[in-house]
Design a protein around this ligand. Structure first.
Ligand SMILES: [Zn+2]
Length: 466
C-alpha cells in the first residue's frame, strides 16, 4: 500500500491541532508550529517474508534541531536491535549525512523535517539463549508478534504526545495492540511506551469482553486441547479477582497474546510468560491438557496480569527489588488461582510443597541470597528458580509476619495496594516505610535478613499450620 506524504502531513497537523485543543481548550495552529514538541510517525512493512525482513520508516516533524540522535534499544541481557541499511532523507528527498556516535545514529538534519528508514531481520538465532526474554518478536508463515524495542529506533528528542504507527504486515486478521488501534494504525500515548509496545498481526483468533470496567482481549493462535472460550473464561476469573484485590486497574484495556512455546526439550522451561505495560504474552506448552485449565499452570495468567501492578504501576529502578517484583507476584498468583476457584486447596498445598522442596534442593541456596538471584539468564534454571521460589517463600513469610504483628489486620496485599496508590518508586526503604505506615512497626531487619543472607533462618522454619 502506497502512502501519500501530503495526506500524512495533513493528518499529523490535524492530530497535533486536536491534541493542542484538548490541552488548552482553544489555540491557534501557529502555537503548534512554533512551540510544540516534535511529532513522530512510524510505519512498519513486511518487506521480504521468506527472509524475515521488515522495513521500518520513521518521520520526524517539527524538531527544528540540527542533529537528531536515534538510539537502538538494548538491554544488558542482549537482544540489541541491529538496523540494516540505515539512511535518512530531507524534505526534498536529498540524502542527509548520518554519523554513528556511541551506538547512536546521529542525523544532520539542517533543522528540517526528515525521514529515516532501515530493515530489520526478525530472526532469533538461538532460542535457547538468554535473549528469549527480550526477543519475543517472532515471525511465522501466517502471523507475527512484534515488540517495539526489537524494531524501533528511539529518537533522542522530547516528543509530542501520541505516536502514530502504521503496520503493513498480514492482510488477513486484524492488527492487535494493547493501545487504541484502528485498522492498520495504532496510536501510542508516548515515547515511553514505544520499547514495550506489543503488536500481533495475522492468524490470531480474537475474544474481547469488558471485565470490571476494563476491556480485556485475547488473541490466540494455534490448535489447543481446549477451546478459546474455555481459556478466556479462566482469564476472566483471574482478571476479576486481581482487579478486586487492588480496587482498580492501571490501564483501561489489556491484551493477552497466547501462542505456542517455541523452546523445547532438556533443561528448558515448558512455558514462558512476559508482561509489557498493558500487553501480555503467554507462550504455553503445546502439549498442555484441557484439564490444566484448572491447575497451577494457569498461574502464568495470574502472574503476568499481576505484574500490571507489581512491576508495572509499582516500579523499581534496577535489579535490587527483583525478589519482590517476582516473588510477591508468584505468591499472589497462586493465591488468586485459589480464590478464583481455579485450583483447590489441595492443589495449592501440593504446589506450595513443590516450591519449598525445589528451594531447599537449590544448589545456590548456601551461597547466593534471594536478593542477588536473578532471572536475566534464563539458561541458568537454578538461578531463576532461586529467585522465584525464594521470592515466593519470602513473600509468604512477610505476609505471615504482617498478619501476626497486626493480629490479622494488615496483610501483604494491603502493602501492595498502598504502594500502588502512592505511586512511589519501589526500593527497600520505600517498602519498609509503607509497612511502617500500615503496621507502625519497623520490619527493615526482618526483610534485610531474609533477602540478604544465603539460606536465611526464617525460611528454614516449618510453615505455620493454618
Ligand atoms: Zn514475573
Amino acid at each position: 500500500m502506497k502512502t501519500d506524504q501530503g495526506t500524512i502531513l495533513k493528518e499529523l497537523i490535524l492530530i497535533a491541532t486536536v491534541l493542542l485543543l484538548a490541552v488548552s481548550g482553544c489555540t491557534r495552529f501557529e502555537a503548534y508550529a512554533n512551540d510544540a514538541d516534535p511529532f513522530l510517525f512510524y510505519s512498519v512493512r513486511l518487506k521480504d517474508h521468506s527472509l524475515n525482513v521488515v522495513e521500518v520508516k520513521g518521520r520526524i516533524f517539527g524538531s527544528g534541531s540540527h542533529r537528531v540522535g536515534l538510539r537502538p534499544l538494548s538491554s544488558c541481557d542482549g537482544g540489541m536491535l541491529e538496523p540494516i541499511g540505515f539512511g535518512a532523507i530531507g524534505p526534498d528527498g536529498d540524502s542527509l549525512p548520518v554519523k554513528w556516535i556511541d551506538d547512536i545514529y546521529v542525523v544532520e538534519t539542517k533543522g528540517s523535517d526528515f525521514t529515516y528508514s532501515y530493515d530489520v531481520v526478525l530472526t532469533v538465532e538461538d532460542r535457547y539463549s538468554p535473549e528469549i526474554r527480550s526477543m519475543l518478536t517472532f515471525l511465522d508463515r501466517d502471523r507475527c508478534r512484534l515488540l517495539g524495542k526489537d524494531i524501533f529506533l528511539l529518537p533522542e528528542l522530547s516528543l509530542a504526545e501520541g505516536i502514530i504507527i502504521d503496520f503493513d504486515l498480514f492482510p488477513e486478521g486484524e492488527l492487535q495492540t494493547p493501545w487504541s488501534t484502528n485498522g492498520t494504525r495504532t496510536l501510542l500515548p508516548s515515547l515511553d511506551d514505544l520499547p514495550l509496545m506489543m503488536t500481533v498481526s495475522g492468524d490470531y483468533r480474537l475474544i474481547e469482553e469488558q471485565i470490571g470496567g476494563i476491556a480485556v482481549r485475547l488473541a490466540i493462535a494455534g490448535e489447543w486441547s481446549f477451546s478459546d472460550r474455555e481459556f478466556f473464561n479462566v482469564i476472566k476469573r483471574i482478571v476479576s479477582e486481581e482487579i478486586a484485590l487492588f480496587g482498580s486497574a492501571p490501564h483501561d484495556q489489556y491484551l493477552f497474546v497466547c501462542d505456542r512455546n517455541p523452546i523445547k526439550g532438556g533443561n528448558k522451561f515448558e512455558y514462558y510468560g512476559a508482561h509489557f505495560t498493558a500487553g501480555m504474552i503467554l507462550l504455553l506448552d503445546p502439549h498442555i491438557d484441557r484439564s490444566d485449565l484448572f491447575g497451577s499452570k494457569m498461574a502464568i495468567v495470574a502472574h503476568e496480569f499481576f505484574h500490571s501492578w507489581n512491576g508495572g504501576a509499582i516500579r523499581s529502578d534496577g535489579e535490587d527489588m527483583l525478589w519482590f517484583i517476582e516473588g510477591v507476584t508468584v505468591y499472589f498468583s497462586y493465591q488468586v488461582l485459589l480464590d478464583a476457584k481455579i485450583i483447590t486447596r489441595t492443589q495449592y498445598g501440593r504446589r506450595y510443597e513443590s516450591v519449598r522442596k525445589r528451594y531447599f534442593d537449590n544448589p545456590y541456596l548456601g551461597t547466593v541470597t534471594i536478593g542477588s538471584s536473578g532471572n536475566s539468564d534464563l539458561a541458568d534454571k537454578d538461578m531463576v528458580n532461586l529467585l522465584y521460589d525464594g521470592g515466593f517463600l519470602a513473600a509468604e513469610a512477610l505476609d505471615n509476619e504482617l498478619r501476626e504483628i497486626t493480629s490479622g489486620r494488615v496483610g501483604l496485599i494491603d502493602v501492595l495496594r498502598l504502594l500502588y496508590e502512592t505511586g512511589s518508586t519501589l526500593d527497600e526503604p520505600t517498602l519498609v516505610e509503607a509497612i511502617e505506615e500500615l503496621c507502625h512497626r519497623d520490619l527493615s531487619a526482618f526483610i534485610s535478613t531474609m533477602i540478604h543472607t544465603p539460606s536465611p533462618e526464617i525460611l528454614v522454619e516449618p510453615p505455620p499450620v493454618s
